[in-house]
Design a binder for this molecule. Structure first.
Ligand SMILES: Nc1ncnc2c1ncn2[C@@H]1O[C@H](COP(=O)(O)OP(=O)(O)O)[C@@H](O)[C@H]1O
Ligand SMILES: [Mg+2]
Length: 260
């Protein structure tokens, strides 16, 4: 893949917390327009740190990018404010299905459209589009989010992100704590948005099985280093991946790493 055509290009990213703890020690990510890329890794591998760096949110966590670069559609991310990145189309669904529990589902969606300075008519139109993708949210539109199920809260968080009209949607472990059938639903909708609307998607997951089923490509992080990248189908066929990189049994990989 030509790196100049990448929508997102992360090169040699190193990051610390409190100027002491090394969280990322060499992460490269190239995401082409229109692709679904999975960022896989065990707990503590550096997925969330990577995603926060993409939205320039590390300073708020006392984290520092110490070297490397991040470019989103020509923008130098590390010199761009989080709000500007959202308006440029880089929109993130943070870990833990954040929505406002005391607002209704629909009010949560409206809140997602406000940051863009959309008109009321635009917001109403965008809400209809979200409901078309998530009929479940239309049924629950008047319910307080705090009283909806975990899956509905995750859908609300994704719907709110869509209200910002992303070009790159970034999700941090959308499967966490949800029943397998709900997880499949969410990934099916994400793939539909990708295939039908050309939405580019970067999704961090510990659940490699579901992520590799729906992604086009994947990158595996281990101890803050991107150790392996390849087509999702190829990686699915390798049973050493899960055991070696994703925190189950320690078995050495039998096939050499593919270097992008
Ligand atoms: N706010 C923080 N302060 C200090 N260390 C952190 C912080 N957040 C994460 N870390 C450390 O950075 C490393 C990467 O964590 P993280 O990016 O959260 O991994 P993942 O999302 O893959 O589980 C871990 O060693 C973790 O303990
Ligand atoms: Mg995480």
């Amino acid at each position: 893949m030509g790196h100049d055509t990448a929508l997102l290009a992360v090169d040699g990213l190193k990051a610390t917390y409190n100027h002491a703890i090394t969280a990322l020690d060499g992460v490269d990510i190239h995401l082409a327009r229109g692709e679904i890329l999975a960022l896989l890794g065990a707990n503590g591998a550096g997925k969330t740190t990577t995603l926060k760096a993409l939205s320039n949110l590390l300073p708020a966590e006392r984290g520092q990018v110490v070297s490397g670069s991040i470019r989103f559609d020509g923008l130098d991310v590390l010199r761009t404010s989080p709000g500007t990145l959202v308006r440029a189309g880089l929109v993130q669904v943070l870990e833990g299905r954040h929505c406002f529990r005391s607002l209704t589902v629909e009010e949560n969606l409206i809140s997602g459209g406000l940051g863009r300075g959309s008109t009321r008519a635009e917001i109403a139109g965008d809400i209809e589009k979200v409901y078309a993708h998530f009929p479940r949210l239309r049924e629950k539109r008047r319910a307080f989010s705090g009283l909806t199920s975990g899956g509905e809260q995750q859908l609300t968080a994704i719907g709110r992100a869509l209200m910002s009209r992303p070009r790159l949607l970034v999700l941090d472990e959308p499967s966490m704590g949800l029943a397998p059938i709900v997880v499949q639903d969410i990934f099916r909708i994400l793939r539909h948005l990708n295939r039908e609307e050309g939405l580019s998607i970067l999704v961090a997951e510990q659940n490699s099985a579901v992520a590799l089923k729906y992604a086009d490509r994947a990158i595996i992080l281990e101890n803050g280093v991107a150790v392996l990248t390849g087509n999702a189908n190829d990686l699915r066929a390798r049973d050493d991946i899960k055991s070696f990189y994703l925190g189950q049994k320690a078995v050495a990989p039998s096939i050499p790493a593919v270097v992008s």
